[in-house]
Every structure is written in structure tokens, then in C-alpha cells.
Design a protein around this ligand. Structure first.
Ligand SMILES: [Mg+2]
Length: 276
């Protein structure tokens, strides 16, 4: 799974020292460490995100009931959901790494997945249960790896979620782009809704786009959000962050921080021009 996390950049005094050594002032590094703790606090501890998750899934549940009521096509209806931070809550990886003062690493992520300890995102279970009851196929399209497929299915089963099997849990085989897997599902099903925490979870060509382009695509698809595309909050990691440093995972932590600062300055200046 290609995940790079905000939190991974700001952990531990050792990393602070490293960043300072790379020219990022200590005060700015400290601000970012605070920022990471705040993002985690918002995502996992706050009632606000829990309310947003319930709100989103409540609205999506009502929407699929309406869709099912008026459905006349012959192909089966299907909903496509991402997994991480959409259906599965990976508190233990995100908060665990941070508290241990360790940056994100794929082997630690893998170990977390194999524990099968992810909990369910609030509201997701009711939504999935409703979709299943309405006769919809449920497909989980995730960028978890093939070696994580069995543990992922077990985790979903432990949570009592429907369609937890190899035919419906579609993990990453080659590309992080989900389009090919979406196309495969669409062959035999009519996909009526996509749910994700990352714009890349929606089939509108967001893959590997920079933030301005991502916003442009959002603008072109305004009517789909809340009806066909259902997005959940994720303040701790995602392509919104990867896009900021151009998906260049070889950049140093200090370079990524500089990219973030530059992005904020650019945004600030651009917004300021809007009202004279
Ligand atoms: Mg996700």
C-alpha cells in the first residue's frame, strides 16, 4: 500500500535534529510536530470527525434506499468503497507510530494489518448492512497489498461486514490507480455509489494529479459529491498531502515540509487576491 503520512515526517527528536540539519528552523519543525498531533487528535479523538462520519454515512444510506426504490436496470446494483479510513479505522497504526516516535514504514503498516485489529468507521456498518439488505453488491477496492488480502478479509469478517471475501475485496496488484479494478466491477454491475476518504477513490481521473488540478476536477464534478461520490474526512494522510510534494517520495522530509509551506503561502496569496 502506497501510503505516506503527514505524521511520518515529524516524529521524534532525532528527526527534529535531522530536519534542523537540513535547514528547516527548529521553531517550524516544532509547529509541524504540533500539527501532526492536532491532525491525529481531530481524526481519531474528536467528536467532530465522528459526527462527520455518521452524517456522511447517514446521508449515503438514505441515498441508496432512494436509488434502490427507483432502480429499473437489469445489471445488479453495486457500491464501491475504499477501506482505510473509509470502512476501517487504523488508529493503532496511525496513533501507535506517533506515540512510539516512529515514522511511517511499510513493514510496520504491514504488521498492523496482520493484527486484524482495525475497528469500523462510525456509520459504515449500518450503511453496508443496508446496501446488502437492498441486494446491492459491495466491493471494497483498496490499495492494501495482495499479501494483506487474507488478513483484511478476516478483519472485515470480525467486524461482521458483508461481502468479506476474495471476490469483493480487491487489493492492489500492480497500479495504485483504482480505475482498472473499478472497470472490472462495472463490467457486471451498475455502480451506483463510491465511498472514500481520498479523491483517488473516485473514477474522475484524480490519479497522481497535483492539488490545483484536483480542485479543478472537484469543481467539474460538484453534482456528484453527496450523490454518487461520498467523501469522508482524513486529516492525517492522503493524496492531498502526496500531491503537495508532487508524489515525489524520494524527497527529503525537509523538502516536503518546504513544499507544504510553499503551498500554504501560494494559497494564502491567491485567496487574498479574490476580494479587493
Ligand atoms: Mg482510504
Amino acid at each position: 500500500m502506497k501510503k505516506r503520512k503527514v505524521m511520518s515526517l515529524f516524529l521524534g527528536l532525532g528527526i527534529c535534529g535531522m530536519l534542523m540539519g537540513q535547514g528547516v528552523p527548529a521553531a517550524e519543525t516544532a509547529k509541524y510536530m504540533d500539527g501532526t498531533a492536532s491532525a491525529l487528535q481531530y481524526q481519531y479523538v474528536s467528536g467532530e470527525v465522528e459526527a462527520l462520519q455518521y452524517q456522511t454515512y447517514n446521508m449515503a444510506t438514505e441515498k441508496i434506499k432512494d436509488i434502490a426504490k427507483n432502480y429499473k436496470k437489469t445489471k445488479p446494483m453495486a457500491v464501491v468503497l475504499d477501506l482505510d479510513e473509509t470502512v476501517l479505522n487504523n488508529y493503532g497504526s496511525e496513533i501507535g507510530d506517533f506515540l512510539d516516535g516512529k515514522p511511517y514504514r511499510s513493514d510496520r503498516w504491514h504488521a498492523w494489518v496482520l493484527k486484524e485489529k482495525a475497528t469500523v468507521i462510525p456509520g459504515a456498518d449500518k450503511f453496508l448492512d443496508t446496501a446488502n439488505t437492498l441486494g446491492m453488491q459491495v466491493y471494497y477496492i483498496s490499495n492494501r497489498s495482495v499479501t494483506e488480502q487474507d488478513a483484511t478479509i478476516n478483519n472485515l469478517k470480525k467486524l461482521g461486514l458483508p461481502h468479506a471475501d476474495k471476490a469483493h475485496v480487491l487489493v492492489k496488484t500492480d497500479s495504485s490507480s483504482k480505475q482498472a479494478r473499478v472497470d472490472a466491477v462495472a463490467k457486471d454491475n451498475n455502480i451506483v455509489m463510491y465511498v472514500g476518504d481520498n479523491l483517488g477513490d473516485f473514477p474522475a481521473d484524480f490519479y497522481n494529479k497535483l492539488n490545483d488540478a484536483r480542485k479543478d476536477i472537484v469543481e467539474k464534478n460538484i453534482d456528484k459529491f453527496g450523490t454518487e461520490y461520498i467523501i469522508l474526512p482524513n486529516a492525517t494522510y492522503g493524496d492531498w498531502d502526496n500531491a503537495t510534494f508532487g508524489y515525489n517520495f524520494k524527497k527529503t522530509d525537509a523538502e516536503k515540509i518546504q513544499d507544504r509551506i510553499n503551498a500554504l503561502k501560494t494559497y494564502n496569496d491567491k485567496e487574498a487576491q479574490k476580494i479587493k
